[in-house]
Design a binder for this molecule. Sequence first.
Ligand code: KG4
Ligand code: ZN
Length: 350
Amino acid sequence: MKKFMASEFNNLKNKQDLLILAIESSCDETAVSVVKNGREVLSNVIASQIDIHRRFGGVVPEIASRNHLLAISNLYEEALRQANISAEQLDAIAVTYGAGLMGALLVGVNFAKGLSYALKKPLIAVNHVHGHIASNYISHPDLQPPFLCLMVSGGHTAILKVSDYTKFKMLGSTVDDAVGEAFDKVARVLSLPYPGGPEIDKLAKKGENNIKFTVSNSLKSTLKFSFSGIKTAVINYVHNKTQKGESFSPADVARSFQESVTDELVGKVARAMELSKMSKVVVAGGVGANSMLQEKLKAAAEKIGGKAYFPELKYCTDNAAMIGSMAYYYIRKGVGRAELGLTARPTIDL
Ligand code: KG4
Ligand code: ZN
């Protein structure tokens, strides 16, 4: 089996057209997609568990794994059906193997291993963060590295240098909370439903007055982020007002929080552009859907004659098409081949 897979993988590197079936189950979306040549999405099916986890105010890991298990076989059938291809036509099976929730990841990884074995197709292990970056290759057919990447999701906040499809360098990341996590916690204290990011985005549009919530100054001269301070400041503000029986405007809170956080993100990207002399910036991850972030970053990039790229909304949050896109470039560069011993990794290096 091993020998067969190794030679099969090498043959793929130079094959003209590549059809990849990709699986994503790192958090609360079960997703399967068929992607042709890294950029053409033939199918992209997702079973979101958001409604299931909403009543708990966040993702419950055991419930997530169980629901992945219930959904994955049907999604696989549906992805092939919508792509109008048979399993035999696939060239490889790709799967997110980290980072994410261990039990959730294991469902996708084990299903992918089963398929790889049964269909005798090479198995490709994809890093979830790389996948988020690749979502932009789908949305922007002409986009190619090198570029800077602002990675903003529920689990990550970082500025990366992407010098080639599989060459990534960390320029700065968060020292505490991920930005999406801060959005979700602020939303929770405002009694907004999970996931809170899109709710804050909506509510902020109605905000009129500025409340002074600032991002910590201690990392000012670096490309690192810290969002725990501002998150706590917002939570304290709301608790204080509530305890004193004073009224406050949730829309003003949402707007002021979002203004400061997006200023911080855009300010650091502008600094990274200046330092690296790169004028192309690509945004990846769920918080990339934020309307204020999009506006500010586009303006900042244009100001220096550059351009900011965002994935289409459906590829901002977790999906399997982005995993299929990344797997295509892994294959072309000769990396990512996994054995049947592949296991899930809750944390993973860049
Ligand atoms: O990338 P993603 O789907 O999952 C992870 O890999 O973490 O990101 C999810 C995060 C959540 O924290 C969610 O609240 C946030 O993205 N998010 C947003 C918006 N849409 C999703 N945050 C701010 N504004 C939005 N419009
Ligand atoms: Zn994600």
